[in-house]
Design a protein around this ligand. Structure first.
Ligand code: ZN
Ligand code: ZN
Length: 612
């Protein structure tokens, strides 16, 4: 979902999708990164870096990334860059000044490049670099999450990756783990000092996640240590550092508890709603489409009404088949809801859930090939597996690709282990992820959604796009493919499948409405529950999770709809220009060839290409 980032950086670059319960980008061991495994020198650039300017640009990008990894070691580790595994930044004021210096220096350095002198690939990189550097400065000087978001501070993710990733022999990894632990007390001391006035949901999350962090420094780690080939002396040292680390985390959690009590009494929490000004600024950096957050919100309101009308038509059509002579409810939303409930009864069993996902993948491949929608690379198979324990918790299904520095590893499609759930929870889960919905989710996550996009992105030889990939483009593509596949006749235009598709699509639209309404317009929890349950047909537990997520993150929930709308608009625009010459397959392949760039940047390049 991808990456863990420090208090100073982009709040999250995690694009694991489906539905995550939290999105603060902290303390997660379940980073399903959308990053490539094969961004190496043996791949040919789209256009050769022939000019001196181009070479200089590549050189400077490379140098900046190196500097970045030393400045942000936790982020580096989550990208598979383990050379800095023993480092841990202490997030104090001095450190923030260093980051600010870094951002300003490179902003200045990169300002000498003019986009028109660069190749397509470099130009799109440049846009992402500018955006990243500007956002870094904005975060430190304006947004300041280091002062109010205590969940930004959590050391566990990097340690978990060092322990659980097979990048080096166990003994080497344990030594890095051990050395890195020495820096934990300074880390939390800096965190305590930096925190000024926490927001309440973030404070509660921070307590929870840091309590959870203890498990990375618990019995399992001690067992691993005992079986390792470390010397007795090394083992002793490791254990004493483990104790110090646990104490530092405990102390931080105690500090947060105190803060909570004090602030609750004084009713002085920082407002988790960021308000219009900050929202629009964050929206511009994170989403990068040619419209404001407010405009997108207005669009989403209209789209919600349009989807309700479509669902109403389908509900009328399906009613006699499922309810025979029973009288239809007068209320449209109630009628839709009844039909959806009925359709949800068509689901896999606990035992065959994973197998049914597995069986779907070749069907999707076959359909994409038959309809000639885009070229799939047969050399890059997708491995379906049960989500490993340390990554469980929020996503039903997610794509897990190794970071740009781990080469040659598999790409996994993680599926939640439903068989472990108690019967009643399994039943409700299986209804939600019923036979219709799972087909749409598989399109979104795997083929031709995230997984296919990832394979294409890997052929665009850009480390920059791997690291700063645009979330709206990545999510937008996956959402776009759901509709594109159904339009091409996947599922044989079954009204049941379309009905469930609309419910799923409505979720994307309502995410946008919810995010804007809560963050800018002050929507209350009750109003949010009403929107989610009555107007978007969600179950209570799901709606509660969504409220929580919407109070913890800002803007990210809009990325799905923003990217989707932008891609649909681009397709229409190009259809209009090309008329009878428009070719869907060519459009898809061209669109994907630019890597994880923002849609407006891709648009500019595609239109220039068409004119040429
Ligand atoms: Zn997604
Ligand atoms: Zn059932």
């Amino acid at each position: 979902m991808k990456y863990l980032i420090t208090a100073l950086l982009l709040a999250t670059a995690l694009y694991g999708c489906g539905e995550k319960t939290d999105n603060t980008g902290t303390g997660k061991a379940d980073a399903s990164k959308l990053s490539s495994s094969e961004v190496t020198a043996n791949q040919k650039p789209v256009r050769e870096a022939s000019t001196t300017t181009e070479k200089e640009f590549q050189q400077l990008s490379k140098q900046m990334v190196e500097r970045m990894w030393h400045l942000f070691p936790s982020w580096a580790i989550s990208n598979g860059y383990y050379q800095v595994a023993e480092r841990l930044e202490a997030p104090d004021n001095n450190y923030r000044q260093k980051v600010l210096g870094f951002a300003r220096e490179y902003r200045n350095e990169f300002s000498r490049f003019k986009p028109e002198q660069l190749s397509d690939n470099a130009r799109t990189d440049l846009a992402l670099i500018h955006n990243f550097l500007d956002e870094t400065v904005w975060k430190l000087n304006v947004f300041k999450p280091h002062e109010w978001n205590p969940a930004n501070y959590n050391v566990s993710h990097g340690f978990a990756l060092i322990l659980n990733t097979d990048y080096a022999p166990l003994e080497d990894r344990l030594r890095s783990f051990s050395n890195r632990m020495q820096l934990v007390p300074a880390y939390y001391a800096a965190a305590k000092q930096s925190l000024q006035n926490p927001a309440s949901p973030q404070l509660i999350l921070a307590i929870q996640q840091n309590e959870g962090a203890q498990s990375v420094f618990g019995e399992d780690t001690e067992k691993t240590l005992a079986t390792s080939g470390l010397s007795d002396k090394e083992k002793e040292l490791f254990k004493s550092r483990l104790a110090t680390t646990r104490e530092a985390i405990e102390d931080y959690v105690a500090h947060l508890h105190n803060l909570h009590t004090k602030m609750e009494k004084a009713d002085s929490f920082h407002d988790f709603r960021i308000g219009e000004k900050l929202y629009e600024e964050k929206f511009a950096y994170d989403i990068q489409i040619g419209m404001s957050g407010e405009e997108l919100y207005q669009r989403a309101l209209k789209e919600k009404d349009r989807l309700h009308l479509k669902m109403d038509e389908l509900a009328d059509k399906l009613w006699p088949k499922y309810f025979e002579t029973e009288k239809k409810p007068d209320d449209i939303l109630e009628k839709i809801s009844r039909v959806l409930e009925k359709l949800s009864l068509n689901h896999a069993t606990k035992e065959d859930f994973k197998a049914s996902v597995e069986a779907q993948i070749p069907e999707l491949v076959q359909f994409v090939n038959e309809k000639d929608l885009l070229t799939l690379d047969p050399d890059k198979p997708l491995v379906v597996r049960t989500t490993p324990p340390y990554m469980r918790g929020f996503a039903v299904a997610s794509i897990n690709a190794p970071g740009p520095y781990d080469t040659g590893a598999n790409t996994y499609y993680n599926v939640m282990p439903v068989e472990d759930l108690p019967d009643d929870r399994a039943e409700s889960f299986l209804r939600e992820y019923n036979t219709y919905l799972m087909q749409i989710l598989n399109i979104h996550e795997a083929i031709p959604g995230h997984y296919t996009q990832l394979v294409y992105a890997n052929k665009s030889p850009s480390l920059i796009k791997n690291i700063f990939g645009n979330g709206a483009m990545i999510e937008g593509w996956a959402v776009y493919t759901e509709r594109m596949m159904l339009e091409a006749g996947y599922g044989d235009f079954s009204p049941e499948l379309w009905m469930m598709y609309y419910k799923w699509n409505l979720r994307t639209v309502v995410n946008t409405i919810l995010d804007y309404s809560i963050q800018v317009k002050g929507m209350t929890e009750q109003e949010a529950m009403d929107l989610l349950m009555k107007q978007a047909f969600q179950q209570k537990t799901e709606a509660m999770g969504k409220w929580r997520r919407a109070t913890l993150s800002q803007v990210q929930l809009t990325s799905y709809f923003a990217g989707y709308m932008d891609i649909m608009a681009l397709r229409d625009e190009i259809k209009e220009i090309q008329g009878d010459d428009f070719d869907l397959k060519k459009f898809h392949e061209k669109f994907l060839s630019y890597g994880n760039a923002p849609v407006p940047v891709i648009r500019e390049l595609m239109l220039a290409d068409i004119k040429a």
